[in-house]
Design a protein around this ligand. Structure first.
Ligand code: ADP
Ligand code: MG
Length: 501
């Protein structure tokens, strides 16, 4: 189905009648060496079904043992989200038929999560702060992975064969659940995006997960309902799954608002169901009717003792938390003394860490910013890759800045040197040498070029002598051309002045 085939209400019209209520559930895969309840490895590249053991295969009689690193990761996330950390929490069995989880239950946490009652302050595009309240962050295990063959686009519909890989089964997951987000109105899609973006940044800064939405190490489900403006009681929600980019989070919320509003306006009702986000056209499509908690028959897992988190341990972990990304950002912005807008641009360009690394390697902040944002971001854009993926290091940028300072390269030549590095021709010094980029210092050669240029442009010489000192641009241009851009413009100007005065 395409978006046009859905009967959607105009977004602004939705807000005349309805008030959106939103809830976000984010799963974060921890980057522990071993699984949550067994010693199998977790590496992504392993051959299918090689990272398995009796516990992750759910063989009878196998006993799970809690991974302390997994608990530590959960506590880190909980603390960073301003949650209370339970001194004692419990694992429960969530019963369900999982073709990719052979014991037919998932070990999760239910009424005694490890972290609860927190918040995350996020900043919206216009700089407004929005507080998202966190209901809980709990530990659970991931399922295996199914691959469907014979259908269209790897989907189960029309498939003739399904393959299962249990390598992922048992990898630690932290599920972070917000309290209902109310009052966002027209900004609901933006709040959702800002929250997931901030959470992703936070989790990556904590070092507990690489938090890649595109690779599934961070997964978002977005719950949305509408209620008539002025009504206290929440409407029925849908839960949209399969969202794998920040842009999609925003679009999924927007789409559900517009779809549900039309259904309700036409006198229909919303079923509590899961829906699937369609990356290709930004729509959601019907999944399965949503189970209620009762359907899962949760009960405490008798194989696992309570998780005890002594206060001293929690405080020790608190001491290891890094500076929160947004605090670091504010500090750096102040240190560099730049405007909000410029800061936002360089953050959006993915340049912040690269600029910081370049400054740490010896560049001035303004020089580092100029290279990464004004020049390299454009190159990344042209190549269709992330800035960080460009084949140039902060050290190389520092080197090229140094060569400009020493007068060995002009900005123009420096760009050519950088282009060479990007093209894989070697490091800055190698490219400068191979392409013969170094500024010509030979006074004789430059003087000759100046003399020739002056002789070829008598009209300019005349104007200059008549008092118009600004006409020398054409002479400089001619000299640059004659030296293939390798003369130092300052030196050329000096020579011209000396000859004409
Ligand atoms: P489930 O197990 O059904 O996924 P969770 O409690 O894990 O339920 O998550 C539900 C999410 O939806 C939470 O973020 C919650 O705040 C939010 N939520 C609950 N009720 C509503 C509602 N009526 N409309 C929108 N969001 C809701
Ligand atoms: Mg849930």
């Amino acid at each position: 189905m395409t978006a046009a085939m859905y009967d959607l209400m105009d977004f602004d019209e939705v807000l005349e009648t309805f008030d959106p209520v939103m809830g976000l559930e984010v799963h974060v895969e921890l980057n522990t060496q071993t699984k949550m309840f067994s010693s199998s490895a977790t590496n992504f590249s392993a051959a299918p079904n090689s990272n398995v053991d009796p516990v992750s295969l759910g063989l009878p009689g196998a006993l799970p043992v809690v991974n302390a690193k997994g608990v530590e990761g959960a506590i880190k996330i909980g603390l960073a989200l301003n949650c209370s950390i339970a001194e004692s929490s419990r694992f429960a069995r969530k019963n369900y038929f999982y073709p990719d989880q052979p014991k037919n239950y998932q070990i999760s946490q239910y009424d005694e999560p490890i972290a609860y009652n927190g918040y995350l302050d996020v900043v919206l595009e216009d700089g407004t702060k929005w507080r998202v309240e966190i209901e809980r962050a709990h530990m659970e295990e991931d399922t295996g992975k199914l691959t469907h063959l014979g259908g269209v686009g790897g989907r189960i519909e029309g498939a003739t064969t399904s393959l299962v890989d249990f390598n992922r089964a048992g990898i630690p997951l932290i599920e972070i659940v917000t309290k209902p987000i109310i009052g966002a109105g027209a900004r609901a899609p933006e709040v959702a995006k800002a929250y997931v973006g901030a959470l992703r940044e936070l989790v990556a800064a904590l070092g507990v997960s690489d938090a890649r939405m595109d690779q599934g190490s961070m997964r978002v489900d977005s719950n949305l309902s509408l209620r008539p403006i002025g009504q206290e009681e929440f409407g029925t929600r849908t839960e949209t799954k399969n969202i794998n980019s920040l842009r999609s989070v925003e679009q999924a919320v927007r789409f559900e608002m517009q779809r549900q509003a039309r259904v309700l306006e036409d006198g229909g009702s919303i079923e509590q169901e899961t829906r699937h986000y369609q990356e290709t056209n930004g729509t959601t499509s019907k999944g399965r009717p949503k189970e209620t908690a009762d359907d899962y028959r949760y009960f405490n897992d008798p194989d696992l003792p309570p998780v005890i988190a002594p206060r001293e341990w929690v405080e020790e972990i608190r001491q290891t938390l890094p500076e929160m990304p947004w605090i670091r950002r504010a500090r750096i912005q102040q240190e560099w003394d730049i405007k909000d807008e410029e800061m936002r641009d360089l953050v959006n360009a993915g340049a912040l860490d690269l600029i910081i690394a370049t400054v740490e390697a010896g560049a001035q902040p303004s020089e580092a910013r100029s290279w990464w944002v004004s020049y390299l971001a454009g190159k990344a854009n042209e190549a269709g890759v992330e800035l960080v993926a460009l084949p140039i290091t902060p050290q190389q940028v520092v080197r090229v800045i140094g060569l400009i300072k020493e007068g060995k390269l002009t900005t123009k030549l420096a760009r050519k040197a950088v282009d060479g590095v990007l093209a894989g021709e070697g490091d800055i010094d190698e490219v400068v040498k191979a392409r013969g980029l170094e500024v010509v210092r030979d006074d004789g050669a430059i003087e000759k070029a100046v003399d020739e240029a002056l002789a070829a442009n008598p009209d300019i010489v005349e104007k200059y002598r008549a008092g118009n000192k600004k006409v020398t641009g054409a002479i400089v241009g001619a000299v640059m051309k004659a030296t293939r851009g390798k003369a130092d413009p300052a030196q050329v100007n000096k020579l011209i002045a000396a000859k004409l005065n």
